[in-house]
Every structure is written in structure tokens, then in C-alpha cells.
Design a protein around this ligand. Structure first.
Ligand SMILES: Nc1nc2c(ncn2[C@@H]2O[C@H](COP(=O)(O)OP(=O)(O)OP(=O)(O)O)[C@@H](O)[C@H]2O)c(=O)[nH]1
Length: 818
């Protein structure tokens, strides 16, 4: 790097470019090899130019000047002449007061005003000049007040050109600093290199993009599937360059041609208008298009599409085709064969001795001569979504089938409790004990979890499958899993305990027949849970109609199976539950260690736990009955808790059937979109079935519906028995916090709807339901009231459903829709 000197001007851009990617730490005193050569040659040339006068200047002075003037010989010689060889006579300065202006005859402020001072001699090369001692206090002594002598007045002279760069050096534009010059040179070099690289890359890119279509002929195109044709029709109409106008063969072409024509006209008009009155800006969209057409394509556009037609007046397309689109082989390969959908539909049609629309179209398309009009007509007709035949219904009497089936009873339970109480670990351990999870899977999880220091969560990973959950060691959303005993097929709904995910807990609880409440018995943890989500979860379970509770008093291994602690917890929680209306017979407390698997399937062998003689967890689960009888005969209702989209045109939804029954081939509605669909297949737990009934957790494949109409939280019902969609509801609610007209969120299962409490109709007596007060302004926590809730949009809700009202992240009420 060349030697630098501190310069007078400062341009942040210089600094940025100077520092860009290079070590620019210190000022170097050594000249670069190039500088050294330039300096030696320059010195010799200057000496030659000065001739005999050259002896009056030192080599150092010459080189300093050369350095300052960037080796400009003329300027260097002029400067040396003026400064050292034949300096102009100094103006006779009027005698100044002692100590003022006595600085080598230079103007005192010349430096700061930007006068050409020539190269500043480095202090190391010049002796330090001793200034006469100045007494500033005496400066104004001889100055008559407001009557300053002329020669003492300061004259401000405007610099004759903008500042920037080192000054001096004669005429011409402002000179750049050394730093600027170096930065600019480097910048220029870099830019040139970049340009070259870019050009090289673009060439390569274009070369790789080129499609060799010389061997392909238009009339040798392979037969296309209907989808391919549709695509081709669309592409033809949109991608044809308008510079080659064709006869208006279809509506779209016609439209675009017409538009093109009008654009061209407008362009012409605008061009003329432009010339006549340049102040007239375009006012209509067409005019803007035309204006764009008059502008030359950018370098980028030219790289992609080639250079523009020569003159401005000539016809210029407003749509540019990508180079490969003009190739005859452009569409062919992807759609040359019938699509997988076409094959499946054709096979189905063949099996049912039916020729379906899609294969027909595909077959016909091979025979047909491809005329543009025909293409469009087919394309448009092919745009229909309902082109698959409805699945065939077997017309079963589902309830009879259910009664006669050897199906195990299906039960879903939700696992709730304060965060880190050990819910997921408990379920992981239970599945391991029941051999629904292999030991080597847990070992693998343990090894993986060890890497992030979370080995204690290995069992929880059975349920917590998301990477975010594993990284954070926290359940975020409901996790489902299945296991079976001799009598029962169980669905586990593992709920998150963290307060941020209470809505997900609500979703889980609303699908459950009963619940396992996990309480961390460890010192302090139980108390923390009480202040946290333990109580809230119990309240929510009660509000959502759960009546059966198994309470796993967990982590007893940590407190050495202390009976007193277990009893303390059982007593307090038992009291709280009975206060909420839970019946003693429906509540079971079990001391457990989820981590070690004590009292889950096998009794603990720990001596310290010998005092417990009650049921194990699995025994308690087996003896549990759903809170309510299955509503098998009611209209079919299923809240959608998951939606999976498949490539093959089917959409699979998952959830639990709330009421009624279904079978393959049923025509159903998805609400609130109101879109129809057919049931194509049904999976109950992991078995494929022709039918399903209330209480079963199912996955249903739907056909003839666009998945954009299905969302988690929507409701599925039979078309013949649709669910009502409304935005205003009357709710009989138990208040957990103050209620008043306020914005709220309404939760039912996975449905989360924003709205507001519009009015409070009355407060009610808790036991009789009689009106206590009409139109109260506020409802106190613990009171029951009838409130009107208005939602922002319609939702599939009906009377008898249980909902939860939340506001600001808190559960403020829960109740029954009336
Ligand atoms: N000593 C001991 N530790 C346990 C027991 N059960 C769970 N743990 C530990 O408690 C921590 C939290 O366990 P999780 O199963 O993730 O708790 P969780 O209730 O599912 O947590 P969230 O779902 O996030 O609310 C983990 O480190 C477990 O190893 C137990 O019985 N004994």
C-alpha cells in the first residue's frame, strides 16, 4: 500500500472503500515500489526542468512537491520556482502589534480558509519555529471601540470553487486527496472487474438456458394430458410476444391483442403529445403502459431478452417472452404422459365401468387436431374442480354396524397440568411400559437429547415431536398418540402446560372424555403450579364438561415417596375440585413417578412407597367411562383439528366425531365456507373403516373440494343437516374475572374467534338459574351471567356447545351457548 498523509478533507465514502476488505491499520512511511520509481524519475525530470536553478532546492523539497502534486511535473516546478527559487516579493506588511501575524508571512487563517498553501512541510523535516510570545489580553488595547482601523478589519473572501480535495495546483477541477485518489482508483478497478465477471456469468447463464429445438418440430409434439393442454392454452395466450400478432384465435388472445393495439395507439399519441407539450403527464393506465414502452429496456432486460427494436417509433412488445418459451419442446416433457391423477381416475373409471371426464378429455385430446379454439374450450371446461366421480357409498346402517362390530371402545383423554409437571414424560413412559414405543427409540432420543443437555426430556420426546418443543423442552401444541388395552382403544391428547399455550390446552380438553391432571409434588413446585396453570386447567376442564379426573401426583421419587406430601396435595386439590362440582367418585389420586415408571403399569417396588395400595394409572384409565353417553343418533358434527393436503387432490382432515356418524361416499359440508365434499376414506385410529361414529378419533380423506376452503377449527357436517353459522351468540357464562362489554376471544376446540361482549343481559342464580339482576353493568368473578357475544365473522356454533372466553391472554369466562 502506498504512503499516505493526513489530508484536509474527509469523505466517509473514501474511508469505507479504503477499509473495504483490507487491513488499513497504520500509516506507512515506506513508498511502494511503483511510487519509488515514479519518485526517482520525477526528481530527475524536475531537476532537468529547473536546469541550473535546481541546485537551489533539495531533493527532499522536490520529492515533497512531487508527492503533493501527484507527480505533476509542471505544478511541481511552478511550486518550487515560486517557493524556493524565485519567490514573489512579499507585500510590505504594516507594522502589526507585537506577536500578531508573525508566522512566516502566511495569512494567519489561510489554512483554514482553503488557500493554496503548497505542500505542508512535515514537522520532522523543518525546524520548529518559535513564535513570539503573544499576550492575548493586550490584543484589543489599542483598538478604539467600534472604530476599528481599516487595516485591522477581517476580509472574508468566498472560495472561488467548491471545496473538496486538496486545494492548489492551478486550474481545473478540484483535486482529489491522495486517499480519495487511491480509493477511486481501486473502486474503478473493482467495478471494471465486476462488470467483466458479470458479463462472463451472464453469457454462461444464457448459454445454459438455451434449448436446442432444432430437432423438434411443432407437428411432432407428443400427446398432452388435459392439464398440460390447460397449461399450454394459458401459456400460449399470455406468453406470445405481441410483436408477432396472430389472428385473434381465442378470447384471451383477442383481449390481449386489443389491449396491445390500444396500448400502441396510446403510445403513439403520447409520443406526439410528449413532443408537443412535454408537461403533460400520463393520466390513464394505458398511457403509463405506453410511456413504459417508449423507454429503452434496462441492461438486465436486454441481457435476458435481447436488445430492443431499434427506433423508438417502431413497434415494441409490452410482454416479453422468456427465451425458452418460444421453443417447441418447452411444454412437452412435463406433461407428455397422463398425470398420476389421470392414471388413477382412469383406473377407477375402468373398475366402475365408467368413463370419467378427465380420462375422456385426455383420450380425446390425443385424437383431436389441435386447433386454438378447441384448446381454449377444453381448457375452460377442464378448469372445473368437481371433475372426479363421487366415491361410491355402500349405504350402510352405520349404527347397526357399530353395534355388531367387535370394535373396542374408543376413549380420548387429555393430559393437563402446570408447565414441567411431567406430562409428556409420563405419557412417554406409559407408552414405553405398554410397549407401544420401543426401548431403542428412547435410547436414541436420550443420546440425541444429551447433545443439547436435555437428556431428562428423552421420554417427553415421544410426545414432543416438534424441533422447537425439543429445543425448548416445552410442549407447544397438542400431541396425540394411541395405545390399546384389551378393552379400550385410547387416544392421548398431551396438552401444553405453559400459560402461553392455554388455547391449545382448550383445544385438547374439548376433544377429551376425561383428563389426567399431573401435579409436580416437589417442594415449591406444587405451590408454584397452584399459582400457575393447575387451577386454571381444572377450571377449564370443568367448564368444558369434563367430569372424570385422574390426578397423577408426580415426581414422588424426588421427595422420597413422602406420604404426608401426597396427602397434603390430595386434600387440597380434592377440596378445590369438589367446590367446583366434581364428584368424589370421579376423582382418583395416584402417587407416581413418570420418569421411573412407578405406579403406571407396574406398582413401585420402592419400600418407601409401600403405604400406597390404590390403583395404578392404567387401572384407573381402564375403569374410566366417558363423561357423557355418545350422541350417536344426533346430526353428524366433527370439529376439524388438523388438515393435511395431498398432491393427489384429496384433503385429509383429523379430529374427533362429536356426534352422529358417517360413512364413505357421504356428502358433507365444511362450515363456515359452506363448501361441499365427499368422504373418500375413513381411518379410525390406525384402521381403515367404511364408517365411524361419535367419540372416535378419525382421519377422513375428502374429495371434490379445494383445500383452501378448509381450516383448522372448521366444522364438518352432513349436507342434509347443516350446522348454523352466525356471528351473534347468547352465552350462559361463569365469570372467572370481571365481565363487561369488552373485546374478547371465543374458543371452542380449535376455533378461536375474535369478537366482543356486546351486552350483559342478566346475572343468574348459580343453582336455580333464575334472573338475579337485569342488565348489570359488570359481572363479578364467580357470578353466572347471560351475555351476548358478537364475533367479527360468522362461525359454526350451535346451542349446547361449550365455549371459553379469553381476553388479554387470560381465561375470563366459560359457559354454554344457548
Ligand atoms: N425426578 C423426576 N423428574 C421428572 C418426573 N417426570 C418428569 N420429570 C422431569 O421434569 C421435566 C419436565 O418434564 P416434561 O415431561 O417435559 O413436563 P411437561 O409437563 O410435559 O412440560 P410441558 O408440556 O412443557 O408443560 C423433565 O426434565 C423431566 O425429566 C419424575 O417423575 N421424576
Amino acid at each position: 500500500m502506498s504512503r499516505h498523509r493526513i489530508v484536509h478533507t474527509f469523505n466517509p465514502d473514501d474511508i469505507v472503500s479504503e477499509f473495504d476488505g483490507e487491513d488499513y491499520g497504520e500509516e506507512e512511511d515506506e513508498l511502494s515500489p511503483e511510487d519509488r520509481v515514479a519518485m526517482t524519475n520525477g526528481t530527475a525530470e524536475v531537476r532537468m526542468a529547473l536546469g541550473s536553478e535546481s541546485s537551489k532546492v533539495t531533493t527532499e523539497q522536490i520529492q515533497e512537491s512531487l508527492w503533493h502534486y501527484y507527480y505533476d511535473l509542471d505544478k511541481t516546478v511552478t511550486y518550487l520556482m515560486k517557493t524556493y527559487i524565485a519567490p514573489p516579493p512579499k507585500p510590505v506588511a504594516k507594522k502589526a502589534p507585537e506577536g500578531i501575524g508573525a508566522d512566516h508571512g502566511r495569512p494567519a487563517f489561510g489554512d483554514s480558509l482553503g488557500y493554496d498553501m503548497g505542500p505542508m512541510p512535515p514537522t520532522s523535516h523543518f525546524p520548529v519555529i518559535q513564535r513570539p510570545k503573544v499576550s492575548h489580553s493586550r490584543f484589543f488595547d489599542d483598538m478604539p471601540w467600534l472604530n476599528v482601523p481599516q487595516d485591522r478589519l477581517t476580509v472574508f473572501i468566498q472560495p472561488d470553487r467548491p471545496r473538496g480535495g486538496l486545494l492548489g495546483g492551478g486550474e481545473g477541477p478540484p483535486k482529489m486527496s491522495k486517499l480519495q485518489a487511491l480509493a477511486a482508483a481501486r473502486k474503478k478497478k473493482n467495478e471494471e472487474k465486476k462488470e467483466q465477471d458479470k458479463a462472463l456469468q451472464t453469457e454462461k447463464g444464457i448459454a445454459s438456458l438455451s434449448i436446442n429445438d432444432s430437432t423438434q418440430k411443432e407437428n411432432r409434439k407428443p400427446p398432452l394430458s388435459s392439464l398440460a393442454k390447460r397449461q399450454k392454452t394459458t401459456d400460449q395466450s399470455t406468453l406470445q410476444p405481441h410483436s408477432q400478432p396472430s389472428a385473434p384465435t381465442n378470447r384471451r388472445d383477442h383481449q390481449s391483442t386489443g389491449q396491445n393495439e390500444s396500448s400502441v395507439d396510446a403510445a403513439d399519441g403520447l409520443d406526439r403529445g410528449h413532443a408537443d407539450s412535454p408537461v403533460n403527464p400520463p393520466t390513464k393506465p394505458d398511457e403509463y403502459v405506453a410511456l413504459i414502452q417508449t423507454v429503452a429496456p434496462s441492461a438486465f432486460a436486454q441481457t435476458l431478452f435481447g436488445s430492443a427494436p431499434d427506433a423508438l417509433g417502431s413497434h415494441r412488445p409490452d410482454v416479453y417472452a422468456m427465451p425458452h418459451t418460444s421453443s417447441s419442446s418447452f411444454f412437452a416433457q412435463a406433461f407428455a404422459e397422463p398425470s398420476p391423477d389421470d392414471i388413477v381416475l382412469a383406473a377407477q373409471a375402468k373398475a366402475g365401468k365408467k368413463t370419467t371426464a378427465a380420462p375422456k378429455a385426455a383420450k380425446k385430446s390425443q385424437k383431436d387436431k389441435v386447433t386454438p379454439e378447441g384448446e381454449v374450450a377444453k381448457g375452460v371446461s377442464g378448469l372445473e374442480i368437481n371433475d372426479a366421480p363421487p366415491p361410491k357409498s355402500k349405504g350402510l346402517d352405520v349404527l347397526k354396524e357399530f353395534q355388531n362390530s367387535a370394535n373396542k371402545r374408543s376413549i380420548s383423554f387429555v393430559v393437563v397440568g402446570h408447565v414441567d409437571a411431567g406430562k409428556s414424560t409420563l405419557m412417554g413412559r406409559l407408552l414405553l411400559e405398554l410397549k407401544f414405543v420401543e426401548k431403542h427409540t428412547i435410547d436414541r432420543y436420550r443420546k440425541q437429547a444429551e447433545k443439547s443437555g436435555k437428556q431428562s426430556f428423552a421420554l417427553a420426546w415421544v410426545m414432543d415431536q416438534r424441533s422447537e418443543e425439543r429445543d425448548r423442552g416445552v410442549t407447544i401444541d397438542i400431541a396425540t398418540n394411541h395405545f390399546e388395552t384389551d378393552k379400550t382403544s385410547f387416544t392421548i391428547l398431551d396438552a401444553p402446560g405453559h400459560r402461553d399455550f392455554v388455547p391449545n390446552m382448550i383445544a385438547g380438553a374439548s376433544q377429551a372424555d376425561f383428563a389426567i391432571l399431573v401435579i409436580d409434588a416437589d417442594t415449591g413446585a406444587y405451590e408454584k403450579g397452584l399459582k400457575g396453570q393447575t387451577r386454571e386447567h381444572i377450571l377449564l376442564l370443568r367448564s368444558l364438561g369434563v367430569q372424570r379426573l385422574i390426578i397423577g401426583v408426580n415426581k414422588l421419587d424426588v421427595i422420597r415417596w413422602k406420604k404426608e406430601r401426597f396427602e397434603e396435595i390430595s386434600e387440597y386439590i380434592g377440596g378445590f375440585l369438589s367446590g367446583l362440582g366434581f364428584q368424589g367418585k370421579n376423582v382418583t389420586f395416584i402417587p407416581i413417578s413418570g420418569l421411573n415408571g412407578d405406579n403406571l403399569v407396574k406398582r413401585t417396588e420402592d419400600e418407601a412407597a409401600s403405604w400406597y395400595t390404590g390403583p395404578t394409572l392404567i387401572e384407573a384409565l381402564e375403569s374410566s367411562e366417558p363423561s357423557a353417553a355418545r350422541a350417536l343418533k344426533k346430526p353428524f358434527r366433527m370439529a376439524i383439528s388438523e388438515v393435511f393436503r395431498s398432491q393427489l387432490g384429496t384433503t385429509t382432515i383429523a379430529g374427533r366425531i362429536d356426534s352422529g356418524s358417517i360413512q364413505i361416499g357421504d356428502l358433507v359440508l365444511v362450515e363456515p365456507s359452506g363448501e361441499e365434499a365427499y368422504i373418500k376414506s375413513i381411518m379410525v385410529d390406525s384402521d381403515v373403516q367404511d364408517w365411524a361414529v361419535a367419540g372416535q378419533s378419525v382421519s377422513i380423506a375428502l374429495t371434490n373440494i379445494d383445500p383452501i376452503h378448509i381450516r383448522v377449527g372448521d366444522m364438518l357436517c352432513h349436507k342434509t343437516q347443516p350446522i348454523n353459522c352466525s356471528d351473534t351468540f347468547v352465552l350462559k357464562a361463569m365469570a372467572f374475572a370481571h365481565l363487561m362489554p369488552m373485546p374478547v376471544d371465543l374458543h371452542r376446540g380449535r376455533l378461536h374467534a375474535a369478537g366482543q361482549i356486546q351486552s350483559i343481559t342478566s346475572t343468574l342464580d348459580k343453582s336455580t338459574g333464575a334472573i338475579v339482576k337485569k342488565k348489570p353493568r359488570i359481572v363479578q368473578p364467580g357470578d353466572v351471567a347471560r351475555v351476548v357475544v358478537k364475533l367479527a365473522s360468522k362461525a359454526p356454533l350451535e346451542s349446547g356447545q361449550r365455549v371459553v372466553i379469553r381476553s388479554g391472554g387470560e381465561t375470563i369466562a366459560a359457559g354454554l351457548l344457548e
